[in-house]
Each structure stands twice: as C-alpha cells, then as structure tokens.
Design a protein around this ligand. Structure first.
Ligand code: TXA
Ligand code: MG
Length: 346
C-alpha cells in the first residue's frame, strides 16, 4: 500500500487537502492526523470493518478499545446512552481539549470500535486539522495513537511514517503536537470519577470541577484493568529504560554511577536529563527533556526523544524522574510504563 503524504498549513489548513483525506475516511480507509496531544490513526468509528483495519495496521490487540473523536457536541448524543450531569461541567470547561470521557455506548457504536465493551470513550480534540477532518468526513472518527502497538506515540508526521509507511492510506502533516502526551481518560460511570490514564488535563484541573478524583494505579499489573490498554507494555523504545527517582542531587549521583557501570559492560548509554541538570553530565548521548518547572516542555518532547535515542543506537536510557504534579503525573506515568517498571530510588 502506498501511503499518501499530505502536508497542510496547520494555522490555516487548505480545505481541498483535508477533503482528500476525508474521502479516504468515508470510503473506509485509514488516515493519520495531528491532534493537540499526539497523532491519531483515524477511521470511521461507525464502520466496524474500517475500525478493525486500525487494529491490523497498529498490530494492536483487538480487546483494546479506541477513542472516538467528535468535533461538535451534537455528535456525542449519537454515540452514548446518556450524558451524566458531571460530564456537562467537564465538557463545558475542557472540550475541545485533551480529556477523554467514558460513557455507556449507544447501539450505533460497533463492538469493533469499543473492543466489545458496552462503554465508549469520546473526546473532542483541540486542533484545527483534526476538527476539519472530522467535519468533512461527516462521521465520528475512531483514533488510537498512530504508532505500532507498544512503541512511543508519534508527535509529528515523520514519526508516524517511521511506523506506518505502507500500512495506512494517508498521513496529514500538521506540525508538532503541543502536549506530546495523550489525553486524560476519565471514567465517570461509577460514584467517584477515576482517572484511567493521566494525560493533558491534570488531576488538579479536574479536582477543581469535580472535587475528589481517584487515579487508577496503571503500573501494578492488575489482571482486569478498567482500561484494557493499561495491561500492555507501552511507549517503549528499543533501548531499555531505567527511571531514577529521588532528590535531584541523589538522582544525578545515581545516574552517573549507573552510566559508568553500563558503559564498563560495553553498553551505549543515553541520559535523559532536564534543563536544570543537563550540565552535570558528560558525553555525547545526554539530552535535556525540558524544564522541570514547566512540565509541558518535557511532555511535548518526551516521545520524540525516546525515538531519537533509538536512532542514536543507545542500548540503555537513564531517565530522571520529575515531580508527579500537574503534567508531571502524565510524564511519569509514560516513563514508568516505558521502563517496564525498572524504577530505581536514588
Ligand atoms: O490523546 C489521545 O487520547 C490520543 C489522540 C489520538 O486522541 N489517542 C489515544 O488513543 O491515545 P489510544 O487508543 O492510544 O489510547 C486509548 C486509551 C487506551 O488505554 C484504552 O484502553 C482506553 O483509552 N479506552 C478506550 N476506550 C475505553 C473504554 N470504553 N473504557 C475504558 N478505557 C478505554
Ligand atoms: Mg496509544
């Protein structure tokens, strides 16, 4: 399969180009497109055959459900049985934006899209290109992140092509994703709202609207997690990641020790530092992920840097932990999972 590459002006997307992609969606094809979180791999959410193609292209287990993307609130009512009161205040405050809400699904949503669940995950992305694509397609678009299953999510069109060239019909290049981590997935179906996956909208922001919010422990390898995606290894580059947590001076000391040890054994070591600590380390393979005091600078770079380390051919990545507040919670969730739980307390 030839993958059509469509470059658009992200500020002022050319409508004729969007329509080419929309035609592909209407015909049941697959189009990767930019959102404010990461790139999505889209298909008509109401067409079961099209949705199933997504799983094949990504090599994704079929029980891991897809998020359905809409661009107008009217589309929500077609997808769900009812909208709970709590959801309205969240929708008003955070849509369009990186918040995915779980609802009981309507008959119209095929099982292929929801991995057989009777709930459906819905979000309204805050990205011109994504919104126009949904509008011009005339259908809600099911879209997981546009990576091969298990790899870091793509935050630019080149990273999509690295995984998906020849496997999908088209990719729309609309520049870099702003957040760099996926949307927050929030389950409102129980009494207490539960964050199934921390993401672009922070726990603190949600608590301002909802009061108490729980975070599902994604790491502890639960047998039957509420969010099926949580049981799979994820976000992993080829290199082995070690996540070092603790006070900053102790992190630095530990990373230096580990780097020496791995290098002595003949491994090529990459260090994922921060702007504040970058100068403490020596060698070619040290990269600052961003500013500890502005976690968006880290989240927006994280996945593309993990892919960059792979292209540099490092065997081991030693990553500094950051505080789990604000977007730091999503960053640490991805790093923990990418490390396969190789977490070292300094
Ligand atoms: O930011 C994002 O959310 C991106 C962009 C493209 O919108 N999409 C994304 O999709 O990250 P994906 O498929 O990579 O992750 C969806 C997550 C998975 O962990 C999945 O298990 C969970 O949402 N999920 C989907 N439907 C669900 C449902 N009905 N109940 C519980 N969890 C669900
Ligand atoms: Mg994903």
């Amino acid at each position: 399969m030839e993958t059509l590459y469509i470059k658009v002006d992200e500020k002022n997307p050319e409508i004729d180009k969007i329509r080419i992609a929309a035609e592909i969606i209407k015909k049941g094809g697959l189009v990767a497109f930019p959102t404010e979180t990461v790139y999505g791999l889209g298909a008509n959410a109401l067409d079961e055959k099209a949705a199933i193609k997504i799983f094949e292209a990504k090599k994704r287990p079929q029980d891991n459900p897809l998020i359905v993307h809409i661009q107008d609130i009217k589309e929500l009512y077609l997808l769900v049985k009812e909208v709970p009161q709590k959801a309205y205040s969240l929708i008003e405050k955070f849509w369009p934006g990186p918040l995915t809400l779980i609802f009981e699904k309507s008959e119209r949503v095929p099982n292929g899209t929801t991995g057989g669940l009777d709930t459906v995950a819905v979000r309204m992305p805050d990205h011109r290109v994504a919104r126009l694509l949904i509008r011009e397609s005339g259908v809600p678009i099911a879209a997981p992140s546009a990576n091969l299953s298990g790899k870091p999510s793509p935050t630019n069109a080149q990273d999509v092509m690295e995984d998906m060239k020849g496997r999908i019909d088209a990719v729309i290049d609309g520049g870099d994703s702003k957040f760099g981590v996926e949307s927050t997935v929030l389950d409102l179906t129980g009494d207490i709202p539960i964050i199934l996956r921390p993401g672009g909208i922070t726990k603190e922001e949600l608590e301002e609207v909802l009061g108490r919010v729980q975070v599902e422990d994604a790491i502890s390898g639960i047998e039957k997690p509420k969010s099926p995606g949580m049981k799979y290894r994820h976000y992993s580059p080829k290199a082995e990641i070690y996540l070092i947590v603790g006070e900053i001076p102790l992190q630095i000391k530990k990373i230096k020790e580990l780097a020496k040890e791995f290098e002595r054994k003949g491994f090529k070591v990459g260090i994922l530092a921060t702007a504040q600590t970058r100068k403490e380390y020596f060698g070619e393979n040290v990269i600052s992920a961003g500013d500890r005091d502005a976690p968006l600078t880290i989240s927006s770079n994280l996945f593309s840097l993990l892919r960059k380390f792979d292209r540099m051919g490092v065997d081991v990545i030693l990553a500094e932990g950051i505080p789990e507040t604000g977007l730091g919670l999503a960053v640490m969730n991805r790093l923990k999972r990418a490390s396969g739980n190789r977490i070292i307390k300094a």
